[in-house]
Write a protein that binds this ligand. Sequence first.
Ligand SMILES: Nc1ncnc2c1ncn2[C@@H]1O[C@H](COP(=O)(O)OP(=O)(O)O)[C@@H](O)[C@H]1O
Length: 157
Amino acid sequence: MEKAPCTSPEDLLPVYREKVVPVADTITLNQFEAELLTRRKIHSQEEVLEVMDKLYSMGPDMVVITSSDLLSLRGTDYLMALGSQRTRTPDGSTVTQRIPREMHKVDATFIGTGDSFAAMLLAWMHKHPNNLKVACEKTLSATHHVLQRTRLHNTGC
Ligand SMILES: Nc1ncnc2c1ncn2[C@@H]1O[C@H](COP(=O)(O)OP(=O)(O)O)[C@@H](O)[C@H]1O
């Protein structure tokens, strides 16, 4: 999970908030990025849902928090990802599907996992256009395999 300092200049944040997010259908971001965009800190599962609601109010219909290290009920060896999709029913109300998943942490630091996650999610959403659950699960599974192999390749264990 990316932490400060940001890989993007902070003065671009208003551009993301005001120009980019409002025209996005889907956003994938880690906990830190979600906190920056919404100006809210996440300390609990309730707060992550509030932050996701805030992100929905900014425009997208699909929000995927790729990782959070606070929220897993299984302890500090786990990361949580949370997929979520909002659909409008014919009567005008909204229904939100949430897909929380926990993954075992791979003991290494990786760069580019967020980009690779987003690319794989796009590919799986194309294959499973009406099934975010399957698309998220396949993305997480593939990501985990790639990271384990990367670690094995680099450390031999
Ligand atoms: N140390 C790790 N152990 C296990 N999975 C990881 C680890 N780092 C990243 N991932 C996986 O990569 C995905 C994207 O990584 P994340 O850290 O959220 O993105 P970013 O690179 O944008 O900070 C996560 O959903 C998770 O599946």
